[in-house]
Design a protein around this ligand. Structure first.
Ligand code: SF4
Ligand code: SF4
Length: 450
């Protein structure tokens, strides 16, 4: 016999748990203070750094049209992609190290999703009131007051999202040029697209998606478990001390730890992947413990070992591996920065005219040299050639290079006929900066004797 439709629906695997909007209760405490300290720190850097000047230009700028990245005195080119790779590896390894030490600390305190959600929730609480007032407003009928409060909240969210988008784009188009362009809506298609996209992205992610991003969109929440071990300290409920609730255990089952949770979980159910380790339930429970004259720490940062009473072991190989990798990549990055040359040279032999005999009987070959002056100042480059007896450059041997420019020059090289058997012979071009002989590049090529 066929099952009724309602039964079939109940039996379906629930891939996405729908629940109402979370109205988290505000809480005071050391983790909340630390969280807001991180909000201030990250946002002062993000909103402020694009206004810093260095040597007459924006200090931090991704200049995509000219393929440069300015980082204060350092100018990086596409050729410096290795440094970008090292920076990414360092960021990932640092994240792994922090996760192995204390779980999703980054998620709870520094992830942009968490930071902007905290800012948007703060605005919401100032406009609509505390968690109970917001819940009542949500469930209440549409009134003029509700409309006014909602309009105010969304207008403020929109302003924050717009300023965030302008700041973000200001790292790619100098912010002092971008602002007048935004004011006059005189934007290029690239700027207009990213301003709209990033503004909407911030508004939707922090205003509406919130904890759903951490639970259903962020891949990191899914694989962070592989970095955990039994000594990783995460926000945990000490069930040995807390249970049985309201009957001998320290937990009075007040539920405040659940009310303050921004992702709407009950930490007393054990470690759960949506938990972002923000510590707000620790603050809430510590306050409750204070009120009932019990020691704080019923919910605390604790490892599986600590909760099970296993003595702490000294030394954790995975921490040593992560720390070792960080040390090695910092050293590699520093070495790469100090060794990078501010002159790049490309030598192409003129394939149209292989070789010709000059009036004086010598053999001449023509070459095209591309000189990329990666320095921020104009420099002259001296060119020499070696590798064959009597080989020399004909014509000018010094060429001016514009700051950050690529100069293409044609040169002719001559060598005495009969000095070596016919065929292609290896030669070398030596290019050095006239004002800075330490900047010297050697490139190989061939010289053809007919
Ligand atoms: S806040 Fe503390 S006492 Fe209250 S329910 Fe949570 S764990 Fe129990
Ligand atoms: S369970 Fe506690 S630490 Fe985890 S997200 Fe909720 S409030 Fe933050």
């Amino acid at each position: 016999m066929n099952k009724p439709v309602s039964k079939i629906r109940e039996a379906k695997l629930e891939l996405y748990r729908k629940k109402g909007k979370i109205h988290a209760r505000e809480v005071r405490g050391r983790f909340n203070t630390a969280r807001w300290a991180m909000v201030w720190l990250t946002q002062i850097i993000f909103y402020g750094a694009c206004w810093l000047e260095w040597g007459g230009r924006q200090a931090i700028l991704f200049d995509i049209p000219h393929e440069k990245f300015y980082l204060f005195g350092l100018v990086l080119w596409p050729q410096d992609a290795l440094l970008a790779a090292i920076a990414l590896i360092l960021a990932a390894t640092g994240l792994f190290l922090v996760t192995a030490l204390a779980g999703r600390l980054f998620c709870g305190f520094a992830c942009p999703q968490t930071v902007y959600t905290a800012i948007f929730m703060w605005v919401e609480a100032r406009v609509e009131g505390d968690h109970l007032a917001r819940l009542k407003l949500d469930q209440g009928p549409p009134t003029l007051r509700k409309l006014a409060l909602r309009a105010t909240k969304h207008a403020l969210w929109g302003l924050i999202a717009a300023w965030t988008a302008i700041t973000f784009v200001g790292y790619f188009t100098p912010i002092r040029e971008l602002l007048p362009a935004v004011a006059g809506w005189n934007l290029g298609p690239w700027e207009a697209f990213w301003l709209l996209f990033y503004g909407l992205f911030t508004y939707v992610q922090a205003g509406f998606a919130r904890e759903a991003v951490c639970q259903h969109m962020c891949p990191y929440s899914r694989f962070q478990g592989v970095m955990f071990d039994s000594a990783t300290r995460t926000v945990s409920y000490d069930s040995a001390r807390g249970e049985p609730r309201k009957g001998g255990g320290d937990c009075i089952d007040c539920g405040i730890c659940v009310q303050v949770c921004p992702v709407g979980i009950d930490i007393r159910d054990g470690l759960q992947y949506p938990c972002i380790n923000c510590g707000l339930c620790v603050d809430a429970c510590d306050e409750v413990m204070g009120r009932v004259n019990k020691p704080v720490g019923l919910i605390r940062f604790a490892s599986e070992n600590e909760l099970a009473g296993v003595p702490r072991k000294s030394g954790r190989p995975r921490l040593a591996v992560y720390a070792g990798l960080i040390g090695a990549f910092v050293a590699l990055g520093a070495w790469t920065v100090t060794q990078r040359s501010l002159l790049l040279v490309d030598v192409l032999r003129d394939r149209g005219s292989l070789a010709r005999e000059a009036a004086d009987g010598r053999i001449e070959n023509a070459y095209t040299l591309k000189l990329a002056n990666l320095a921020e100042e104009a420099r002259d480059f001296d060119i020499e050639v070696s590798g064959l007896p009597g080989i020399e450059l004909i014509g000018p041997q010094r060429f001016a290079g514009e700051p950050g420019g690529i100069r293409t020059v044609q040169v002719t090289v001559a060598a005495p006929a009969g000095s070596v058997p016919p065929g292609a012979r290896p030669i070398r071009f030596h290019i050095s900066a006239h004002q800075d002989p330490a900047t010297r590049v050697t490139e190989s090529s061939t010289f053809v004797f007919p």
